[in-house]
Design a protein around this ligand. Structure first.
Ligand code: ADE
Ligand code: ZN
Length: 336
């Protein structure tokens, strides 16, 4: 039994493994510009966030039907469950699908088909978080929120992702205000490639409750102090940070320093099909490369449930937290 954990930073389109991409391409008559999965995997060498996003958006063109989105989510949930994920708050990027003529109803319908049976099928509770692409316009984000209105019973919150630098959070103030009025929870990517001021802006202008990544807060001691004081969770993604070169090597990741500073850190996989590992793989990697001991891993797992949007089901949160406290590490599974 792996260490129980919640995954709070996971793009469902980033779980598209090469094998499934080719299977869906064949099913939908889409031609991919790669001969086979091996050739595709060779493209997984990224210089930065944008070089990854180029491939990410290209590959997701194989997703066309409800069944495709359900199959994608089912495959992720099976892998996540095998690595101890008990609760997942899952991002999706509707604008990337709407732009290709795939309706919001198809995306949300397909995803929620898999999510709706996930507790029974995989033992994983789930929520959906709809992300806006920050390199698209503020108007497009507002239109997207409007398109989501018939489906809001299945959407817990909103997020902000895609190319960060040059697209500060304040650009999306209006849509975050509208989402808050609709009762949606709010998160945003900030401080992955962008400066610490984007983190401050996300808090002050968008009213976010968690920061996705937030790595660069470490450049601003005053901001760190604030994040600690206000108990703002950070959803870190260590393997992603290495692959997208936010850090040079995992051994230099600031996670230990962030924990020492008292930040409420969680460990997540971001886009596991692209970055070399799912949630448990990220836990194992920080254990091995950063020497985080078992109690620090338990702290990260505890944080993941504390930071999750489980306010509507505190009984479930308490059950998961009890599982974390009762967890007995073994030499065999060490971490994952
Ligand atoms: N979309 C998918 N993964 C992302 C990441 N790591 N940062 C920003 N946008 C993303
Ligand atoms: Zn992300």
């Amino acid at each position: 039994m792996p260490l129980p954990k919640a995954e709070l930073h996971l793009h469902i389109e980033g779980t598209l493994e090469p094998e499934l991409a080719f299977a869906l391409a064949a099913r939908n008559g889409v031609t991919l510009p790669y001969a086979d999965t091996e050739e595709l995997r060779e493209a997984y060498l990224f210089e930065d966030l944008q070089s990854f996003l180029n491939l990410y958006y290209r590959l997701m063109t194989v997703l066309r039907t409800e069944e495709d989105f359900a199959d994608l989510a089912d495959a992720y949930l099976a892998r996540a469950a095998a690595q101890g994920v008990r609760h997942a708050e899952i991002f999706f990027d509707p604008q990337a699908h709407l732009a290709r003529g795939v309706d919001m109803g198809v995306v949300v319908g397909g995803l929620s088909r898999a999510l709706g049976r996930s507790v029974e099928t995989h033992g994983v509770s789930t929520q959906l978080i709809m992300c806006f692409l920050r390199d698209e316009s503020a108007e497009s984000a507002l239109t997207t929120l409007e398109a989501a209105r018939p489906h809001l019973d299945r959407i817990t919150g909103i997020g902000l992702d895609s190319a960060e630098v040059g697209h500060p959070p304040a650009k999306f103030r209006e849509v975050y205000e509208a989402a808050a009025a609709l009762g949606l929870r709010r998160v945003a990517h900030a401080g992955e490639e962008g400066p610490p001021s984007y983190i401050t802006q996300a808090l002050d202008e968008l009213g976010v409750e968690r920061i996705d990544h937030g790595l660069r807060c470490m450049e601003d001691p005053g901001l760190v102090e604030r994040l600690v004081r206000e108990r703002v969770p950070l959803t870190l993604c260590p393997l992603s940070n290495v692959r997208l070169r936010a850090v040079d090597v995992l051994a230099e990741h600031p996670l230990p320093a962030m924990l020492d500073a008292g930040l409420l850190c969680t460990v997540n996989s971001d886009d596991p099909a692209y970055f070399g590992g799912y949630a448990g793989d990220n836990f194992r990697a920080v254990h091995e490369a950063l020497g985080l001991d078992r109690e620090r891993l338990r702290l990260l797992a505890r944080n993941s449930f504390l930071a999750s949007f489980l306010e509507h089901d505190e009984e479930r949160r308490a059950r998961y937290l009890a599982e974390v406290e009762a967890y007995e590490f073994t030499a065999a599974d060490e971490v994952a």
